[in-house]
Design a protein. Structure first.
Length: 750
């Protein structure tokens, strides 16, 4: 009995699920007139739906094919989605599951193109029902979940009620009772939004079946009697048939055999009444079979006529034989083209699949790159903050005459901290290049000044390794150039630094010569030559790989292995290439060519000399910094130059301090508790528009540069910093007090 009841339940509920997807508006038949207007398209859809609901599936199918042609004619993805969707349900009720699935997938594709969230949610529900019909339960439940989430996100309670209802059907069919119970409860909460007359009754029947399967017969009887009462009021014979079928089963399991028999008799009566519900589809299938028999007879008659024609052809001339050969050749050509078309279609399908896989992999790669960038940004801040304390304190101790006896140790300490900072900067630089964060900033600069600053940077390591650096600039090299000086400086710093590491008691030459010169441009060759340990030929191809070293592991200074990879990638971005000539034990020569613009020497201002720090005596500086060690370092540097320093641990305290007393300048950290530096600067600007505010931070400044200046800060100092440049920056901004604040002119970073 139970098997019979379940079969009847599934059969009788199929129209409801189909109706849940197709529009429930029933209209009178309208003449089919394919005018390319959306209004006429909607009328044709209503007519198709009328044919479908009344069981005229052949007429519905024919009309839907015309509707789809019209949808393509007006080029509206939403209407094309509707056309494919209606065809899918026609094929489904006619048991052509392959065509039903194909049309449903096309419906989903055009729903996405229509960018209509409701269409997408309905399509997910259609796909779920389709896969449930094919018994592909996992896929069906996945699409049910997508449909439910989409309806919930767009706030469509009616659609959400249908989505949960269909999910109950699939879960019950797959015997996943826990999932079915979850969706039953969800549908019950949305009962008021059910737009089908039997929605509430259907939920009662599902709950009754759930209780029957769990052998809670008394509770199941309550839901069944409730469903019977509602169905009788609405004359819903199909629901009555299902309810009495389940009631008979429940009573039988309770050994109430007389009542079970009486319920079964009522079920049998409604079964007879409902026996013609799907007769239209069956009649259509029968008609198709009759037509198929007629087609077979026509084919047989054609074969007999072909045989007769063959006898006639044999008696004709060679000309007719030639024509027949041409026809056969044409037929072979058509078949060949058809096969080629099918293969092409298969290839296109596979190509689309590969493209989808590629896009998915690309999205994952972009997400990983973004996470990697955020990680490096966090690491940058966390490492630079303590390094600021180490470098700052070691610098102050080196200037203390009482600690002259420890000068060597202090210089070693500062060198180690500087090296660690350089390593951090290298890692961040390689990450920026890999993330394609290209910044092309072209400025006018003097080549000799740039070379001098590079050589000065390596003064200590040259003393340590007993090296000397020579700079050679050719006479034909322009003195003033325009280009990305920051990038060029990074490249040369890495090459010179690499030469210093692997050279002892030797000479390093930084050479610039002119290779080609035009009216506006100059192609210069930059060379870094050392007399160091050299690089073995079999290792030269590896030294431009990240974290790789070409020298012997026994050498006393290995480094991170990032300098040369950075050089290679920076030059690739500048359409150039690094070259290497080296002999093991005889030194190395790195060189590259770079195209730069010539610049007018008169445009360049003289490099300002260090202003007398005596002007800072007595100035009042407010320092907003939450790190205790950084507070001490900054305070000592300021007080060493005879400034008065007030330290607060967050932005809120800084705002209070500005209200309480006057200051000549504010050094503002960005990341602080209670109130950060951005909000504090905005509040201070409302109180005192002219007071200079300088960002003093260890964050990766490129990520927050615009936010810094927009909040009212006029300059940026990155920790750790050069003390002389730090003092010059303070002097510059204190010197501007009283002048109109121009943030755009102060956008520099030290």
């Amino acid at each position: 009995m139970r098997t019979c009841a379940v079969a009847v339940f599934l059969l009788c509920m199929l129209p409801f699920f189909a109706l849940a997807q197709r529009s429930e508006t029933l209209t009178e038949d309208v003449p089919v007139k394919l005018e390319n207007t959306p209004a006429n398209f909607k009328r044709l859809l209503d007519s198709s739906n009328n044919f479908y609901n009344s069981g005229h599936y052949n007429r519905s199918l024919a009309l839907n094919q015309d509707i789809l042609k019209m949808a393509f004619a007006i080029d509206e993805p939403y209407f094309i989605h509707q056309g494919y969707r209606y065809l899918a349900y026609d094929y489904l009720v006619l048991n052509d599951t392959l065509l039903a699935q194909e049309n449903m997938q096309k419906s989903e594709q055009y729903a996405r193109l229509s960018k209509n969230d409701t269409a997408t949610a309905v399509t997910y529900m259609d796909m779920a029902n389709m896969y449930a019909t094919f018994s592909e339960i996992d896929l069906a439940m996945e699409f049910h979940s997508r449909s439910i989430n989409m309806f919930r996100s767009i706030g469509d309670s009616t659609g959400l009620a249908k989505a949960h209802y269909n999910a109950i059907y699939t879960a019950m069919d797959a015997d996943q009772l826990d999932k079915a119970h979850y969706h039953i409860l969800a549908a019950r909460k949305l009962e008021a939004f059910g737009d089908h007359s039997s929605f509430s009754i259907g939920i009662d029947l599902f709950m009754a079946e759930y209780l029957l399967r769990n052998k809670f017969y008394n509770q199941a009887d309550e839901y069944l009697n409730n469903a019977i009462e509602k169905s009788k009021k609405q004359d819903l014979n199909i629901e009555l048939e299902i309810a009495y079928s389940f009631l008979s089963e429940s009573l039988f399991e309770q050994q109430r055999y007389k009542e079970a028999y009486e319920a079964f008799e009522i079920y049998d009566e409604y079964s007879d009444i409902n026996s013609g519900v799907f007769s239209s589809a069956e009649r259509f299938n029968t008609t198709e079979k009759i037509q198929l028999d007629e087609y077979r007879k026509d084919v047989q008659a054609a074969e007999m006529q072909n045989e007769l024609q063959k006898q006639i052809v044999e008696s004709k001339s060679r000309l007719n034989m030639l024509l027949l050969s041409l026809c056969i050749t044409f037929l072979i050509l058509v078949v060949t083209l058809l096969i080629a078309y099918r293969k092409r279609k298969q290839f296109v399908t596979e190509l689309k699949k590969k493209n989808q896989e590629y896009l998915f992999a690309k999205e994952q790669s972009e997400q990983l790159t973004e996470l990697k960038s955020k990680f490096f940004s966090t690491v940058s801040h966390e490492l630079r903050t303590p390094l600021y304390g180490v470098i700052g304190l070691s610098t102050l101790l080196l200037e203390d005459p009482e600690l002259k006896s420890h000068e060597k140790d202090l210089r070693s300490l500062k060198f180690s901290a500087d090296y660690l900072l350089a390593l951090i900067n290298d890692v961040l630089q390689i990450n920026k290049i890999e993330a394609e964060e290209k910044e092309v900033e072209e400025d006018d600069f003097q080549l000799s000044s740039l070379m001098e600053s590079i050589v000065t940077s390596f003064e200590y390591i040259c003393i340590q390794n007993n090296n000397r650096i020579n700079v050679q600039i050719g006479k034909s090299v322009p003195k003033s150039l325009c280009g990305n000086a920051v990038m060029l400086s990074q490249i040369l710093m890495n090459l010179v630094g690499n030469a210093c590491k692997f050279t002892e008691n030797g000479k390093i030459t930084l050479k610039v010569s002119s290779k080609k010169s035009t009216g506006e441009d100059a192609v210069l060759r930059f060379e870094v030559i050392d007399t160091g340990i050299g690089i073995a030929e079999d290792k030269q191809h590896r030294i431009f790989e990240e974290f790789a070293q070409g020298a012997s592991v026994n050498f006393n200074y290995q480094g991170s292995g990032l300098g040369l990879p950075i050089v290679k990638k920076l030059l690739e971005n500048a359409d150039s290439e690094i070259q290497l000539q080296s002999t093991l034990g005889a030194g190395s020569r790195f060189y590259f060519d770079l195209k730069l613009k010539k610049s007018d020497p008169n445009k360049l201002e003289e490099t300002p000399s260090i202003v007398d720090a005596g002007v800072l005596a007595g100035k009042r500086i407010l320092v907003a910094e939450d790190n205790r060690i950084n507070q001490i370092v900054t305070q000592k540097i300021l007080e060493k130059h005879k400034m008065f320093c007030t330290v607060v641990e967050n932005g809120a305290r800084a705002v209070d301090a500005i209200r309480a007393q006057n200051f000549d300048l504010i050094l503002m950290d960005l990341n602080m508790p209670v109130m950060d530096g951005f909000e504090a600067s905005q509040n201070i600007r409302r109180i005192s528009p002219e007071i200079p505010i300088v960002a003093l931070t260890a964050v990766e400044v490129e990520e927050v540069r615009n936010e810094i200046f927009d909040s009212g800060m006029g300059d940026i100092i990155i920790k750790p910093y050069d003390v002389n440049m730090f003092i010059q920056t303070i002097i510059k901004h204190i010197d501007q007090v009283g002048r109109p604040l121009n943030l755009e002119s102060n956008k520099k970073v030290i």
